[in-house]
Design a protein around this ligand. Structure first.
Ligand SMILES: Nc1ncnc2c1ncn2[C@@H]1O[C@H](COP(=O)(O)OP(=O)(O)OP(=O)(O)O)[C@@H](O)[C@H]1O
Ligand SMILES: [Mg+2]
Length: 468
């Protein structure tokens, strides 16, 4: 028996075969149709699509044969692919020295006749053959040979079609994967952008706060001394003025007929009115200085937030104390009924915080809620609801809502700005919320948020993380 030759460029040929991803795949109707057709046209009991691998020939499709592969050494097809430009025809294997001793000839399946048309790829590699086999010697017509060649080209077309389909499917999968990744990345980008915007807003806010804090501390310090000085002296002035007025009254009593020049001057300055008005002026000056002192206190609170100590306290006590201080503002007035306070307290353990400052936050938010109810012309009674909670992450959450005016859209961006107020001159300083923001966010690492509906009310809520 003669061993088949190895074709030139064998490794490239094997690579070409691999490219079709066909070896050891299940049978497919399209290929089986072609082998059936080959057997029919050639009138042979056996027809195969044989692919010549490194050490074997493997049958993608077969008619009339059990085996699915044979060693390459025994394969007629291995000879056929060495002459790729022509059909290998063996009319009688017993008369052909290459095959006479081949076990496939000497025993089952006892091949006598063989005709193989090489399967040529577009880049000229012979992958195997479409072959027709018989157990008796035969001679085929020219038409049969041409038909087998045509069918072998169809096998290659089918292989091409098949691999293109696989590639297409892979492409679609890859594209879908890319699209999915793109969508994910897009989502992540949006998320990052949102976070960035939030961080930026917080940075601007905290930058504003810290630079303002320094200015405020300076101004408060400078105003504090002269105001105290005025306030301290005002009480002296009051008593001195009273003494002087008393002395004047005594003079007038004991010397009613004073010198005409003095009498003329008394008339000119309207001494009667002056003595009555002077104490009133002094009282308004006192009120004025008191107000300045209050503002200075707020400013100092605002800029000296780190003085007080951190303590574990009962939050509800803090809220209740604040409400007690605000009691007089809750009472019924001529214009409105009493403001109702609804407490919705959860069971909250002692909570570590800066209590004095947190109380200040409650005070600011509650005062604003009372103001919002006061400015509201609704007939229904004012209501303030205070809800406390410990969140799943163990943070303290306090929600304070009112059914007051609500906040107009166009001022929402400003309400945390220092000195921003919509209240009448002399009523609000516009520091309440900016101080509260600083206390909650900077001092306690928490958040201060709100939601509001114009004409219906506003809810502010703070969330303060538990200390680790
Ligand atoms: N609960 C609320 N309902 C309606 N508007 C509110 C409420 N809370 C705050 N505001 C608005 O936000 C502004 C700023 O509030 P903020 O507490 O900082 O200052 P203020 O109350 O005007 O003055 P201050 O608190 O210093 O006396 C208020 O003037 C008001 O317009
Ligand atoms: Mg306020």
């Amino acid at each position: 028996m003669k061993q088949p030759l190895i074709p030139a460029s064998e490794s490239e040929r094997l690579q070409a075969l691999q490219r079709y991803q066909i070896l050891d795949t299940a049978s497919e109707q399209a290929f089986d149709d072609l082998t059936s057709l080959a057997a029919y046209i050639c009138g042979t009991p056996i027809a195969l699509i044989s692919l010549v691998d490194a050490n074997r020939q493997w049958f993608k499709s077969k008619v009339g044969l059990e085996a699915s592969e044979t060693p390459r050494d025994l394969a007629f097809c291995a000879h056929a692919i060495c002459t790729p430009d022509k059909v290998l025809i063996v009319p009688n294997a017993l008369e052909d020295e290459r095959f006479v001793a081949n076990p496939l000839v000497t025993s089952e399946p006892n091949i006598r006749f063989y005709m193989g048309a090489p399967l040529m790829t577009p880049d000229d590699f012979a992958l195997g053959t479409l072959c027709a086999i018989d157990v008796v010697p035969r001679v085929l017509t020219e038409e049969q040979i041409i038909a087998l060649q045509a069918l072998s080209r169809q096998v290659i077309s089918q292989l091409e079609l098949r691999i293109n389909l696989i590639n297409l499917k892979n492409n679609i999968i890859a594209r879908e994967e890319i699209e999915k990744n793109l969508r994910n990345t897009n989502g992540q980008l949006n998320q990052t952008l949102k976070k960035l915007r939030q961080t930026q807003a917080q940075l601007i806010q905290s930058e504003k706060m810290s630079s303002l804090g320094q200015v405020v501390a300076g101004v408060a310090h400078e105003i504090n001394n002269p105001v105290n000085f005025i306030e301290a002296n005002l009480s002296h002035i009051k008593s001195y003025v009273k003494d002087l007025v008393d002395v004047l009254a005594l003079y007038q009593y004991y010397y009613p007929d004073a010198n005409p020049e003095i009498q003329k001057q008394i008339k000119t300055i309207d001494l009667q009115y002056l003595t009555e008005d002077l104490p009133k002026i002094l009282s308004s000056m006192e009120m004025g200085t008191e107000r300045i002192q209050k503002i200075v206190l707020s400013l100092r609170n605002f800029s000296r937030l780190d003085e007080a100590e951190k303590k574990s306290v009962n939050i509800h006590e803090g809220i209740d104390n604040t409400l007690l201080i605000l009691q007089h503002r809750l009472k019924a007035t001529k214009k409105r009924p009493e403001i109702q306070i609804i407490r919705d307290y959860s069971n909250i353990p002692l909570f570590e915080c800066y209590p004095a400052q947190l109380n200040q936050v409650f005070m600011n938010i509650l005062s604003n809620a009372i103001d919002a109810i006061e400015f509201c012309s609704k007939p229904e009674a004012g209501k303030i609801c205070i809800k406390t909670q410990i969140s799943q992450t163990k943070s303290l959450v306090v929600r304070i809502s009112d059914n007051g005016t609500g906040i107009k859209d166009d001022i929402l961006k400003s309400i945390f700005d220092p000195f921003f107020t919509t209240k009448p001159v002399g009523k609000g300083t516009g520091l309440g919320l900016s101080i509260s923001y600083q206390i909650v966010v900077q001092k306690h690492g928490g958040t201060l948020k709100y939601r509001t509906t114009l004409g219906q009310g506003t809810e502010f809520w703070i969330e303060i993380p538990a200390c680790s």
